[in-house]
Design a protein around this ligand. Structure first.
Ligand code: OMP
Length: 242
């Protein structure tokens, strides 16, 4: 499980991390925190021993995407992403840039592509984005494009994981936001499910933000999610430090 540190400052992120100390192992830094604090935030988190998914959703012409990834690789992150809607050529160049930027002997960060944002429903996709059909079919198509470009996996709703795995293979990674424990506020998300259901559907990484970070007691919220998942018979390390 990856905790989304959607905060405006390092101090706010630190306060959350202190409350979750010893419980979590993987965090996500999105645009809000990265744009506020710069690469220093990544170095701080790595020094704390955490794995870092740097979520900047690169979407540009192939040459620019390649350069962006070359720069990001130098910060020693564990996972980065692009938008699949940038196309196969952009994704392939992004991967090449990431490889070029990864220091010799170091492991290349995982590169995944966002399919259809989990906040987007069918009506928005059909009417505003002028993409016809079912969201699931577009997600699977984007997953196939992503695989063709040589990336490691996709970001999608957990609800789409079985279809993605059928189309792209079981080792193709699925990273799934849109996680809402029973009774949690849906907020701006559309294609959601519970953490236990996401595991049952075969999701490899669950991205969880406000269900933990906006809770009055983030550690308690984390533990409750772990309990719910274990109660559903799912056994996992849950990112606990070994
Ligand atoms: O790439 C992402 O991480 C992402 C893709 C997507 O389709 N939907 C999505 O919600 N996210 C991110 O996942 C996190 C979800 O946060 P909560 O809705 O608060 O759990 C946010 O940081 C989003 O930026």
């Amino acid at each position: 499980m990856i905790v989304a540190l959607d905060y405006a400052t390092l101090d706010e992120a630190k306060s959350c991390l202190e409350q979750l100390d010893g419980l979590i192992r993987y965090v996500k830094v999105g645009m809000e925190l990265a744009y506020a604090e710069g690469p220093a935030i990544v170095h701080y988190l790595k020094e704390r021993g955490l794995k870092v998914f740097l979520d900047l959703k690169v979407h540009d012409i192939p040459n620019t995407a390649k350069g962006a990834m070359r720069s990001l690789a130098r910060h020693g992150v564990d996972m980065v992403n692009v938008h699949a809607a940038g196309g196969v050529a952009m994704m392939a160049e992004a991967r090449e840039g990431l490889e070029q930027g990864t220091s010799a002997g170091a492991q290349r960060p995982l590169l995944i592509a966002v399919t259809m944002l989990t906040s987007t429903g069918k009506a928005t996709m059909n009417e505003e984005l002028a993409i016809p059909g079912e969201v699931e079919d577009v997600v699977v198509h984007y997953a196939q494009m992503t695989k063709k470009a040589g990336l490691d996996g996709v970001v999608a709703s957990p609800l789409e994981v079985p279809m993605i795995k059928r189309a792209a293979g079981s080792s193709f990674i699925t990273v799934t936001p849109g996680i809402r424990p029973i009774g949690a506020d849906k907020g701006d998300q559309t294609r959601i499910t519970t953490p236990e259901k996401a595991f049952e559907l075969g999701s490899d990484y669950l991205v969880i933000g406000r269900a933990i970070t906006a809770a009055p007691d983030p550690a308690k919220a984390w533990e409750k999610i772990v309990q719910d998942v274990e109660a559903a018979g799912i056994h996992h390390s849950f990112g606990r430090k070994e």
